[in-house]
Design a protein around this ligand. Structure first.
Ligand code: 5RP
Length: 252
């Protein structure tokens, strides 16, 4: 189910070229229209989700929303929400979330996602797995035919203990797909990137399609040393896509 929600500008007007960040903001604001007073909200992480959290803060300040409880998906989002005065809680106290809004790195035609290039995939998966509605907000550059097919990374969070061993096992698992497993590092100093949960991230790069995504997910999760991966299969209920021609909404 797809609906074009904003008509393209008329032919007579000069085309307006929007930046990627402007498109992200448009998708984020559209998603926040689903937010109602009294909701428990999953607050996503990343440059797109940041716009949504800003907007929720703004509506609270203006008194247009009340009694919101936010469940942040990262320390970064936690800090942002605190600075905006959004009341916060956690999954222990609020195990059922009404609505989560978050970005994604890839979205396939079935609304399966790759997330975690920002490094917050574990908390995102816990929070978004506990919500009744999960609205994903992206600009159109995130749309792919097959997950892992964009040439960008598929992140896997692993424990730091013997990370080379786990990276090797991951690479071997997808040998047929030409997989290369790389430890994520900080560009400044080459040190391993450390997640909010004090783990490492292995980024998997594929030369070929990984095939059955559920089988790939199960195989990754069976490896001791793996904490979680960035494939979010069958979790999104709505994807809002902002593009040059307007905003499209796809529902599960
Ligand atoms: C962080 C994520 C982000 O949602 C994803 O990386 C998209 O980021 P951005 O909105 O900055 O493009 O999964 O772990």
């Amino acid at each position: 189910e797809a609906a074009l929600m904003v008509p393209s500008p008329s032919q007579s007007r000069p085309p307006v070229i929007l930046t990627q960040d402007e498109l992200k903001k448009i998708a984020a604001y559209k998603a926040v229209e689903f937010v109602e007073s009294g909701m428990v909200l999953g607050l996503g992480t990343g440059s797109t989700a940041k716009h949504a959290v800003d907007r929720i803060g703004e509506l609270l300040r203006q008194g247009k929303l009340e009694n919101i409880i936010g469940i942040p998906t990262s320390k970064m989002t936690h800090e942002q929400a605190v600075s905006l005065g959004i009341p916060l809680s956690d999954l222990d106290s609020h195990p059922i979330i009404d609505l989560a809004i978050d970005g994604a790195d890839e979205v396939d035609p079935y609304l399966n996602l790759v997330k975690g290039r920002g490094g917050s995939l574990l908390r995102e998966k816990m929070v978004e797995g506990a919500c009744k509605k999960f609205v994903v907000i992206v600009d159109e550059s995130k749309l792919v035919k097959h997950l892992g097919g964009s040439g960008l990374a598929m992140p896997v969070e692993i424990v730091p203990f013997c990370w080379k061993f786990t990276a090797q096992r991951l690479q071997l698992l997808f040998e047929d797909a030409g997989c290369v497993a790389k430890l994520r590092t900080y560009s400044e100093n080459g040190e391993p990137f450390v997640t909010d949960n004090k783990n490492y991230i292995i980024d998997l790069y594929f030369k070929k399609d990984v095939g059955d995504l559920r089988a790939a997910s199960d195989a990754i999760l069976r490896l001791a040393g793996v904490v979680e991966h960035g494939m979010f299969l069958d979790m999104a209920t709505t994807v809002i896509i902002a593009g040059e021609l307007g905003v499209t909404m796809k529902n599960k």
